[in-house]
Design a protein. Structure first.
Lengths: 145, 278
């Protein structure tokens, strides 16, 4: 229990920080890729799709799971707070409240990571669809001519 | 690959700077108010409860003094001398003189029974048992006297009254005027302590070394609320904490004016300032 309480915050914030780091990294990479993409290089639609959707699964997973990681941190923090209260025996309002408040910040951070991630993911998905549509349109005009 | 490198460096810069800002800025001042605030809150609640108790007493004060006088008499009638009680109704019929008197004695005594049980039934009963003989005599004396006076004046039995409950009696007499002042005083001191708790800063160096302690600081507060003559009275043993305690008062500098009810032009007080880590 002591080990858990000592490393809980560090672990949760470490995981969330890593998630956030990955999202920023991959979204910048995707943005640069989309900007530099030239459609005529691709002869095959599936190859284009594979290149376009690379890393999007990772961003999606992080966006979906960051709140749960934060929630796990909060639950563990509350659990520890109550455990310590039970051990000490004296119910001090300040100690309980500060324990719960500190536990809740894990959820806050999880949401803070998840919200921008999902927005970025949606934007990238839309960009992929648009690019695919443009590629198809180009192919149709080439075939037509 | 180039894209990945750019992405990693940007993300790294962003997160490292954010983490550095959080660790340096947010984490250090945040725990300080948490450190000792709960303690003072608990204390203030206790005080408020005491004040309420004190405040309630003066409301019933005009009555209690009379009641207590009767209290001393009444258990005597009940406990040690049930015979007298039995006798009284019987002789009431035969001799006309004691009849009205006894009846009146019983009347003021009976309706006040429920009231008496509330304030201090145990103490009175216990103490009455110890000093029974004296009171019997008093009761005997009381009977011939006019009853209303007995009920109203504590004069006929001042000695047993003071013997039995000296402290509460004196306290109540003082509280007649001072209970509210005391509560105002307490409220003022509580407010001051809360302000100090908010104003104090736990020295970072002491926090890092996990140093704790209580420094008592003496100061004078003027009618207008200015804080002057701040000096350390009892050291916590750690100079950094002492300095922080004095600094808390010096930076506070100005507090609410002393309430008019207290009738003080200045007020010299010593406040313990507690530095405690969670």
């Amino acid at each position: 229990m002591e080990l858990l309480s000592e490393y809980l915050d560090l672990t949760i914030f470490g995981i969330l920080g890593l998630m956030s780091f990955t999202v920023v990294w991959l979204s910048i990479e995707r943005w640069l890729f989309m900007r530099a993409l030239s459609l005529p290089d691709y002869q095959n639609f599936d190859r284009l799709t594979v290149d376009l959707t690379k890393h999007l699964t990772t961003i999606s997973s992080i966006g979906a799971n960051a709140p749960y990681v934060g929630l796990l941190g909060t639950v563990a923090g509350i659990l520890l707070t109550f455990y310590q209260i039970g051990q000490n025996g004296n119910v001090e309002v300040g100690a309980i409240m500060s324990g719960l408040a500190l536990a809740l910040k894990a959820t806050a951070l999880g949401l803070l990571v998840a919200i921008p991630t999902l927005m970025i993911y949606n934007a990238l998905t839309r960009k992929v669809e648009v690019t695919q549509a443009l590629w198809r349109a180009d192919r149709d005009t080439r075939q037509g001519s | 690959m180039k894209r990945h490198i750019i992405g990693i460096t940007v993300a790294l810069c962003l997160h490292v700077s954010l983490a550095a800002w959080l660790i340096s800025g947010v984490s250090s001042p945040a725990p300080a108010p948490i450190a000792a605030a709960p303690v003072s809150l608990v204390l203030s609640q206790m005080r408020i409860v005491e004040q309420q108790v004190e405040a309630k007493q003066p409301e019933a004060e005009p009555a209690p003094e009379v009641e207590e006088v009767v209290e001393t008499e009444q258990p005597v009638i009940e406990e040690p001398e049930p015979e007298i009680v039995e006798e009284t109704p019987k002789p009431v019929e035969t001799p006309p003189e004691p009849k009205p008197e006894v009846a009146k004695v019983e009347k003021p005594a009976e309706p006040k029974k429920p009231v008496k049980k509330k304030p201090e039934p145990k103490k009175v009963v216990e103490k009455v048992k110890t000093s029974q003989p004296t009171k019997k005599e008093e009761v005997a004396k009381v009977d011939p006297e006019p009853n209303k006076e007995v009920a109203e004046n504590p004069v006929p039995s001042p000695d047993p009254h003071t013997d039995i409950s000296t402290a509460p009696a004196i306290a109540e007499q003082l509280q007649l005027s001072s209970a509210q002042i005391v509560s105002i005083e307490q409220a003022y001191i509580n407010a001051l302590q809360l302000a100090l708790e908010k104003n104090k800063r736990y020295p970072l160096s002491a926090k890092r070394r996990r140093q704790e302690g209580t420094s008592t600081v003496e100061f004078t507060i003027t009618k207008s609320g200015d804080i002057a003559e701040v000096r350390l009275r009892d050291s916590s043993g750690i100079s950094r904490l002492d300095e922080a305690a004095v600094k808390a008062l010096v930076t506070l500098a100005q507090f609410e004016p002393i309430p008019d009810e207290l009738e003080r032009t200045h007020w010299k007080m010593a406040v313990p300032i507690r530095f405690q880590l969670n």
